[in-house]
Design a protein around this ligand. Structure first.
Ligand code: BTN
Length: 324
């Protein structure tokens, strides 16, 4: 994992506006020679940033980007957070914290080994999206994991809808969707002992502004907030809203379980009342989606009966797999 030194951070803060900046201007600003500015540009390019240079004009990014601002994050969320420039996976950084507090969070500008559910890769280009993981401890196992990921979905969707405008929905068990395309995902991992308190790491990835050069690497229909809301998103503000909402929701979940979230989840369910296919390793079931119950089960109605489902992948029946 890496954190920028002050000079690289300043270079990046300057380039973030997407305009040209001459080597001379940058050198003066940072008290660096033009040669060392050029060396630092090469370091930033290695992170995948598409910085190009034009003789006589200087360096620029092809578009402006919104960088995470550590001061802004700490002002909104307190000191129990880490911000890294580059990590393998934020989930792994949380796992390595010695005595984490509930709600402690790790964010990164990019992940080199971001992972999704079912062993998939999570495309995590620099400065583009939101990648964070939070620690939470629960008293006992009691079907907590399923509930916890459903609560996370509700908290994240509500935070985005309130901040940017309604439109984000949930796909069981824990994907964020907009108009049939995936906006984000949640990866819940458990660490530690079999009995007693359960240590949980909740990883959240949200597509904010997909760089054109990364789009082809995503293996399913995707969308991002810039497209949905048609404007540049301030990622620091987004992170503060989403993380504080999630902390609040997990506090309530620890005290009262999933029950206070069921109505909200069902209101946000993008498949409610629709014909769906539920697939798992062994079988496939067709039915009408009837939302969730307070133990986290998905209710699938078929032949007049309600079946309670605890695992599997859901897709629309009419074009099976289209939402993968
Ligand atoms: C999914 O497959 O839908 C889950 C995606 C989860 C991605 C996030 S990004 C932050 C955290 N770190 C990871 O490596 N994965 C999660």
């Amino acid at each position: 994992m890496k954190r920028f030194d002050a000079a690289n951070q300043l270079l990046l803060d300057t380039l973030a506006d997407g305009h040209f900046h001459s080597g001379e201007e940058l050198g003066e600003q940072l008290s660096l020679s033009r040669a060392s500015v050029s060396k630092r540009m090469a370091e930033l390019r290695r992170l995948g940033l598409d910085i190009f240079s034009v003789k006589g004009r200087g360096y620029r990014l092809p578009y402006s980007i919104s960088l995470l601002n550590e001061k802004g994050l700490k002002a909104g969320l307190g000191e129990k957070l880490q911000l890294w420039s580059e990590v393998g996976s934020t989930n792994d950084i949380v796992k390595a914290i010695r005595e984490p507090a509930n709600g402690e969070v790790v964010l990164a500008e990019c992940q080199t080994a971001g992972r999704g559910r079912r062993g998939q890769l999570w495309v995590s280009p620099f400065g583009a999206h939101l990648y964070f993981s939070m620690f939470w401890q629960l008293d006992s196992r009691n079907a907590a994991l399923q509930g916890l990921s459903l609560v996370t979905g509700v908290a994240v969707a509500n935070a985005i809808n309130d901040l940017l405008g309604d439109g984000i929905r949930l796909k069981w068990p824990n994907d964020l969707y907009h108009n049939g395309r995936k906006l984000g995902g949640i990866l819940v991992e458990m660490v530690g002992q079999a009995n007693g308190p359960v240590n949980i790491i909740i990883g959240v990835g949200l597509n904010v502004a997909m760089p054109p050069e990364s789009a082809g690497r995503v293996g399913q229909p995707w969308t991002d907030m810039q497209q949905i809301y048609n404007r540049q998103i301030d990622r620091t503000e987004l992170a503060v809203q989403v993380i504080s909402r999630l902390r609040e929701a997990l506090g309530l979940f620890s005290e009262q379980g999933l029950a206070p979230f069921v109505d909200d989840w069902n209101r946000l369910d993008c498949f409610w009342g629709q014909a769906v296919v539920l697939k798992n390793e062994k079988s496939q079931q067709v039915g009408i989606c009837r939302g969730i119950e307070s133990d986290g089960a998905l209710l699938l109605e078929s032949a007049g009966q309600i079946n309670r489902i605890y695992g599997g992948e859901l897709s629309m029946r009419s074009h099976d797999n289209a939402f993968g």
